[in-house]
Design a protein around this ligand. Structure first.
Ligand code: ADP
Length: 478
């Protein structure tokens, strides 16, 4: 099973694929060249041999034409010529007269017989012919024996020569063998070179893998710098970006954990101090007990609120697939929120006004959006002055709806504006604590709005008031 997996891995490896590709590409010219050279040699050798024999035939034909050899084959000179011809080329020579009768055959067996073959017929009509049979390894050549009569040439007979091409084939085979051997040697050298070069070229990628593995294994690593190729440089840059982002996330997680611990510890410390001071005193009056117990209950409530807010925040950190999106009447949703917050506003004599420019229906998660708007309006009431006002307005265009929460409160200093959405950030810790803030409200609101693919902006002037503007798409974008 493991073996199979390893095999699959090898086939998938880029190195392996490049090696195979280069070998295939380099072997094609190697073998094509071999094939071309060997075939070219054979063609050339056969053509050269044919031309040479044809020339000899013509000389012989001219000699025969001058004598009466075709009628009376008794010339010793011509016989000697024919035998020599046959010996030199290791072939068979036949002299045929114009009645298709074989006058002379160097093999002796066919003399006196008649031969009616297409090339002999063609030759007796005045054309030289040549035919090469590569499989049977011979060349057939015919040359007419002509005599120049008054105005025209008269064909008196034909010479038919059959020559073996065995020697050409043999040379060809030797040549092919040598070419084959050389091709394989060249291929082997190329193979070694390819493996070596490709392995060398792939080294930067290995370096990247090692670098990433080091980071994965938790070594405090520097940034990756493999700039051998443009591709490795791009991978390094992308990896470094991701590493940077991971570091930021890790820092913010660590900061969050330490903030959470701190925030959760504060009420516990207060409770311990209160309880200890009661325990250390003897005969504590009932009134003091009551007062301290009330303080302890307040701290427990605070602890409870922090935990609830943290749970809301964790929920908002989840993926957007956890949203329960439905079409909602936003006018009604805002009215419900304001009604619920009315008692808190009444406590501080803050007037809350709702202004709706049009009826709005949008695809939202009712619970999460309610939480976001509640936090904004609650802050507008909490950080307001006595007898102040809060104005909530709702408007929409063809794409988004907008909720604006303005107040006549204390405002937020400019240098704090960039931080108010951070978890546990409070402009004035003691004041926020006094009015029951955890520093998580705006972080929750912002996360909820971002989950809806929306945005939240703040504008504030110290001593004048603050305006939060929320923009959410009418149709939920996946
Ligand atoms: P908290 O629980 O402390 O209210 P938030 O995250 O809701 O935490 O708000 C962060 C800080 O931003 C608050 O502590 C407060 O100082 C400031 N803030 C938020 N809303 C307003 C507002 N409408 N007016 C003035 N300050 C505000």
């Amino acid at each position: 099973m493991d073996n199979l997996k390893n095999k699959g891995k090898i086939f998938k490896s880029l190195r392996f694929q490049i090696i195979v590709l280069l070998i295939v590409l380099s072997s094609i010219p190697c073998f094509v060249i071999k094939e071309v050279v060997v075939t070219a040699y054979e063609d050339r050798a056969v053509a050269w041999r044919t031309a040479e024999i044809q020339e000899q035939c013509t000389i012989l034909a001219n000699q025969i034409a001058k004598t009466d050899y075709l009628n009376e084959p008794m010339s010793e000179v011509i016989d000697a010529e024919i035998s020599q011809f046959s010996n030199i080329y290791n072939g068979r020579v036949m002299i045929i007269d114009d009645n298709y009768k074989i006058v002379r055959d160097t093999f002796g067996s066919e003399e006196g017989k008649t031969i009616i073959a297409p090339d002999v017929i063609a030759c007796l009509s005045g054309k030289s012919t040549q035919f090469y049979d590569a499989d049977a390894q011979y060349i057939d050549i015919t040359t007419p024996i002509t005599e120049l009569e008054v105005e025209e040439t008269h064909v008196k007979g034909a010479i038919l020569v059959s020559v073996s091409t065995g020697i050409i084939q043999e040379t060809n085979n030797i040549l092919a063998g040598k070419a084959n051997f050389t091709s394989w040697v060249i291929l082997l050298v190329i193979l070694v070179l390819i493996v070596f070069v490709v392995s060398y070229m792939m080294k930067p990628f290995k370096k990247i893998v090692t670098g990433i593995e080091d980071v994965t294994e938790g070594y405090e690593s520097e940034n990756l710098h493999v700039d051998t190729y443009q591709e490795t440089e791009e991978i390094s840059e992308a990896f470094n970006k991701m590493l940077g982002r991971m570091k930021i996330l890790d820092d913010s997680r660590q900061e969050f954990v330490s903030n959470v611990s701190h925030e959760l510890k504060t009420p516990l410390t207060s409770m311990k101090v209160l309880a200890d001071s009661l325990l250390m005193q003897e005969d504590v009056p009932v009134e003091l007990y009551k007062e301290f117990m009330e303080d302890i209950t307040e701290e427990i409530e605070r602890e409870n609120k922090i935990i609830n807010d943290l749970l809301s925040l964790v929920k908002m950190d989840k993926k957007s697939t956890d949203l329960n999106i439905k079409p909602e009447n936003i006018n009604e949703l805002v009215e419900r929120i304001l009604k619920r917050l009315q008692p808190i506003a009444a406590l501080r004599n803050v007037e809350v006004v709702f202004e709706s420019f049009r009826p709005v229906t949008a695809e939202v998660d009712e619970v999460k959006l309610t939480l976001a708007i509640t936090n904004l309006v609650e802050n507008a009431i909490k950080y307001n002055k006595e007898e102040g006002w809060v104005q909530v307005s709702l408007n929409a265009d063809h794409k988004y709806f907008y909720i604006k929460v303005s107040d006549s409160g204390m405002g937020i200093p400019q240098d704090s504006l960039d931080h108010i959405f951070e978890r546990f950030y409070r402009v004035d810790k003691s004041h926020s604590r006094e009015i029951g803030g955890t520093g998580l409200g705006l972080a929750i609101a912002r996360n909820a709005i971002i989950m809806h693919r929306g945005a939240v902006k703040v504008h504030s002037e110290e001593g004048v008031g603050t305006t939060f503007t929320v923009r959410v798409p009418l149709n939920y974008i996946m």
